[in-house]
Design a protein around this ligand. Structure first.
Ligand SMILES: *Cc1c(COP(=O)(O)O)cnc(C)c1O
Ligand code: SF4
Length: 346
């Protein structure tokens, strides 16, 4: 288990840090535990409304806006064993940890983050056995919680077992650790992980301000060691719901050799509605990116369908009209262009 000593986990400590009274938030943190690691506090400094701070500081809206579902994507129903979510035939999410170095208030897995002891070896073993006997699974996505909150020995044990299954062709790791606790990633860990290639690493990052020099170093070490890096960003009100903020983030990621993968529409998870944005906002961001950054820096904007229907991309509409003889399209500047359907001479 990775230590999170010195993290702020009481309102008293948080009040002292920001020098304001926050005792009224007690019911919130009783329901949804708080944890802010000193590393994240350094990113935030003293600003309560900072885009990084907003992601970690509890708010009364977590209870008063008590809408949404505990588990809007029906992950529990789609879990054949407790730590595996099996929604698509070919790939599974394997939740090997149920804790994180700091707790994001908008987390879709808020229902358990910080509320339970770390996932036990025996629950992990149940997951391994399910994956071993389910031959359709070609890809295993290690997630959580934060997978790197398991110690190195446990991680390697899991990877060793997955590596022995001939049907498992790909490992993907979903992690926010390079952003929230970069010092957890040692040179030795990166070097040992190379044994298990192909491993794809998808970072969870929401704002360019989250990426410190230390994060950049860790990300560079993964890329240099041959890990293809992608990113996932959650669209969050007052954090990144603005085209230029997203543009800057995608530019920063590309410059670090990270290919932006997904921007997620926020799931309708109970206790997170104050972060919710309109879908129009996301679509506007997508049209802003197109034409202003390399196509390699344009992620897909994804909606995870309620009830476990899976993810679908949401796109600006580039098709204005279609007739028997032509299609009319809109370009990134809003100008229209007609494409005549080529006809062959009879
Ligand atoms: C998001 C998700 C995946 C991975 O989907 P990709 O589109 O391949 O990134 C797999 N399983 C579950 C349950 C998911 O939520
Ligand atoms: S790091 Fe990921 S799993 Fe952990 S609290 Fe944040 S969003 Fe949730």
């Amino acid at each position: 288990m990775i230590s999170t000593q010195n993290s702020i986990s009481t309102l008293q400590a948080l009040s002292t840090h920001f020098n304001i009274s926050l005792e009224h938030l007690k019911p919130v943190v009783d329901q949804y535990p708080m944890r802010i690691h000193p590393y994240v506090l350094d990113l935030i400094s003293q600003d309560f409304n900072d885009p990084v701070a907003i992601q970690f500081i509890p708010r009364k809206e977590e209870l008063s806006g008590y809408v949404g579902d505990e588990d809007p994507l029906a992950e529990q129903q789609q879990s054949p064993v407790s730590q595996v979510i099996h929604r698509y035939p070919d790939r599974v999410v394997f939740m090997i940890s149920n804790t994180c170095p700091s707790f994001c208030r908008f987390c879709m897995r808020k229902r358990f983050i910080g509320k339970q002891a770390q996932v036990s070896r025996s629950l992990i073993q149940d997951g391994i056995e399910y994956i071993a006997k389910t031959q359709t699974i070609q890809e295993v996505i290690l997630s959580g919680g934060e997978p790197f909150m398991q110690d190195d020995a446990t991680l390697f044990e899991i990877l060793d077992q997955l590596k022995q299954m001939s049907h498992v062709k790909l490992i993907r790791i979903h992690s926010r650790i390079p952003i929230l606790m970069p010092h957890r990633i040692t040179a030795r860990l990166v070097n040992q992980l190379r044994k298990y290639h192909p491993i794809y690493l998808n970072l969870h990052v929401n704002h360019a301000k989250e990426i410190s020099g230390e994060s950049q170093k860790v990300i560079r070490s993964f890329v240099d060691a041959g890990f293809p890096l992608g990113s996932q960003t959650v669209l969050l009100k007052k954090v990144n719901d603005h085209p230029n903020i997203m543009l800057e983030l995608m530019q920063t990621l590309l410059s670090m050799r990270v290919r932006p993968y997904y921007i997620h529409q926020l799931d309708d998870t109970r206790g997170t509605s104050h972060f919710q944005t309109n879908i129009e906002t996301g679509i506007q961001i997508m049209s802003h990116l197109r034409g202003r950054i390399s196509g390699m820096g344009v992620p897909q904007y994804m909606m995870d369908l309620p009830g476990g229907g899976g993810k679908i991309p949401l796109l600006p509409n580039y098709i204005l009209k279609r007739s028997d003889s032509s299609w009319v399209f809109k370009n990134y500047e809003g100008h229209s262009y007609e494409w005549k359907i080529p006809t062959r001479k009879k």
